[in-house]
Design a protein around this ligand. Structure first.
Ligand code: IPE
Ligand code: IPE
Ligand code: MG
Length: 246
């Protein structure tokens, strides 16, 4: 921990918490047990990120594609999500953590939606850390939904097509106040983006952990942050140019 430079922490960390099912199957347990353990890791990582001084954390909790899983698994995860929100809302409030969501939230069961709204209301305006949960989320659908909103603004005469720029797209995403992730961590030894934050990841540093999500610990998070701090983000420029600048 002492090896982390507090001045060079990523502002925003996005995570793809993958590997719950394999973690359980390896132990002869049901996949649901893996998801249950996974929600414990979520809370440990939220706590650790907050303690380390991360200002924004975006977790991929449920993808659009995940709706295609067996019904028992879908239902079990929806129940776990509901339970997670009930169990940890107080801790979020105590730590000044603001909960936000991104995705087609209207597709979630009513009980989960109501719980999300409750926690969002309770944590509104907090700014210790922002916790974004990507739920019923797809990066492509997010862009489709943004395009629809922009098209409606043009249709109603509020916007000229020539006025569309990158800011217009960003302003019409699910969480327009959210920043672009500095670091993406994917656990579970898969090396892909799986339709996550396609617009926002343009210049994000990518980090892949072999740990299955239920095994991912604060030490693993610190290892990812340390690796991030050793990287040079050039944004298309040369190293020499960057060093010449303040
Ligand atoms: C990630 O773990 C959790 C969700 C997608 C909700 P998986 O369920 O994808 O676990 P693996 O990849 O099958 O091990
Ligand atoms: C990505 O994991 C989605 C979440 C972690 C919620 P998946 O396990 O669904 O992704 P693929 O199928 O391996 O790409
Ligand atoms: Mg998976």
């Amino acid at each position: 921990m002492s090896t982390l430079d507090p001045d060079r922490l990523p502002h925003h960390v996005a995570i793809i918490p993958d590997g719950n099912g394999r973690w359980a199957e390896k132990r002869g347990l049901s996949r649901m047990e893996g998801h249950r353990r996974g929600t414990e890791t979520v809370q440990e990582v939220v706590r650790a990120a907050h303690e380390l001084g991360i200002r924004e954390l975006t977790l991929y909790a449920w993808s659009q594609e995940n709706w295609g899983r067996p019904t028992v698994e879908v239902n079990a995860i929806m129940r776990l999500l509901h339970r997670y929100l009930r169990k940890h809302a107080d801790e979020l409030v105590e730590n000044g953590i603001r909960l936000e969501t991104l995705g087609r939230i209207q597709e979630l069961p009513g009980s989960v939606r109501r719980e999300l709204e409750r926690v969002q209301r309770r944590t509104e305006g907090f700014n210790e850390m922002r916790l974004n949960m990507a739920l019923s989320y797809s990066g492509r659908t997010e862009i489709v939904d943004a395009v629809r909103r922009i098209a409606r603004a043009i249709e109603s005469g509020q916007l000229e097509p020539e006025a569309i720029d990158e800011k217009t797209i960003g302003a019409n995403l699910y969480a327009p106040e959210s920043t672009e992730p500095d670091l993406l961590i994917r656990t579970g030894a898969e090396h892909r983006v799986s339709n996550y934050l396609l617009w926002q990841l343009a210049y994000t540093e990518l980090y892949f952990s072999e740990a299955l999500w239920p095994d991912f610990s604060k030490a693993d998070l610190v290892a990812a942050l340390r690796e991030f701090q050793g990287r040079e983000r050039r944004f298309g420029r040369t190293a020499k140019q960057l060093r010449a600048e303040p």
